[in-house]
Design a protein around this ligand. Structure first.
Ligand code: 9MR
Length: 336
């Protein structure tokens, strides 16, 4: 008798555990009107031996960020020689699936080709401006928001080491944004950084830069990467997002993942469900939070194990694309 009743009770949601979805839906449907995006690698999208990557990319997400393909080392490997093939693959996928596309990124100390690092003074200034203008012109009309400057801050709230800082001085951020605004005034201009999700010295420093740039109408949004360790989220994410919104800019969660020691323990996977919900709830509580992007789809291809060898399991789908409990908690937080 009970066995006959179980399906009925389940359909009435009477027996549901916290990790059963309230209803069967997708991340993108549950997040609407905000976007729910993922970092998409061109190589994964075109991998015929793993069609699930593109299937899940299309079915679950309303936003796309090229994981690497728009970075300087991909787009201008030699000075003045631009290659957009791989970036175009991600852009075409986003367009075919009605996804907003985040441009990532134009000016960053990392993933720079060697030739950029050898330039000095005005040579670097000209190269930076030419890079911004050429790449933004190429993708004009396709990009919802550009990470014009990536990870400029140091932990203490000052500007972090970068060839751009060394050669051009602290004004390089304003210069880059001025050039970006001229190149495409139809897209949102962002600064993107990590460990700025809570109120701390680094986010204090970023906020004061944002306030100066906003007065010059050179900044539209701030990306909060949100690469977290399970159980170690700041407790004031919402407060922090709101103080940036109050400075007159949009905010977005741009690279979310929640890593843990692998193989994962049941307790860590349980904590991860709460951590994802915390981030979703913080974004939902701030009207200027435009969307959330996870840094990948499946744990199988996450950047985490390559950088932290004993860690992983950071995303919403496991190595076999099964929905994790954190997928369900994310859906439920989005719908609540
Ligand atoms: O996920 C990206 C990985 O494939 C690259 O090897 C790495 C190189 O720096 O960049 C990773 O993405 C980074 C992003 O562009 C900026 N924020 C930190 C991300 C994780 O390292």
């Amino acid at each position: 008798m009970l066995s006959l009743l179980v399906p009925v009770l389940l359909s009435l949601n009477v027996l549901s555990s916290p990790h059963e979805a309230r209803q069967s839906t997708t991340l993108k449907a549950a997040a609407s009107p905000r976007y729910f995006g993922a970092a998409l690698g061109a190589g994964h999208l075109s991998n015929v031996s793993d069609p699930k990557f593109a299937e899940f990319g299309a079915a679950q997400f309303s936003g796309a960020t090229p994981e690497n393909e728009m970075k300087w080392d991909f787009t201008e490997p030699e000075q003045g020689v631009f290659t957009f093939d791989q970036a175009n693959q991600v852009a075409a996928f986003a367009k075919a699936n009605n996804q907003i596309l985040r441009g990532h990124n134009l000016v960053w100390f990392s993933q720079l080709p060697d030739w950029v690092e050898t330039l000095q003074g005005n040579d670097l200034l000209n190269a930076m401006n030419n890079h911004i203008t050429t790449v933004m012109t190429q993708f004009k009309g396709q990009i919802f928001a550009w990470d014009v400057v990536n990870e400029p801050m140091a932990d203490d709230g000052t500007l972090g080491p970068s060839p751009f800082l060394t050669q051009l001085g602290s004004g390089y951020i304003q210069t880059a944004l001025t050039t970006a605004r001229k190149a495409d005034n139809t897209t949102f201009l962002y600064i993107n950084d990590f460990n700025t999700e809570g109120v701390n010295a680094k986010s204090d420093g970023l906020l004061s830069i944002v306030q100066s740039l906003k007065a010059l109408n050179l900044i539209d949004g701030i990306g909060f990467e949100s690469h977290f360790i399970v159980g170690e989220l700041p407790t004031d994410i919402q407060t922090n997002l709101q103080r940036f919104a109050d400075a007159g800019v949009d905010v977005a969660i741009t690279e979310l993942d929640v890593r843990m020691t692998v193989p994962p323990s049941a307790a860590d996977l349980e904590q991860q469900t709460k951590d994802y919900a915390t981030v979703i709830n913080a974004c939902k509580a701030v009207s200027r939070c435009r969307g959330i992007t996870t840094w990948g789809i499946t744990d199988l291809y996450s950047w985490v194990p390559g950088t932290f060898p004993n860690m992983g399991a950071a995303l919403l789908f496991d190595d076999s694309y099964n929905e994790k409990a954190s997928f369900t908690s994310t859906i439920n937080a989005l719908l609540s």
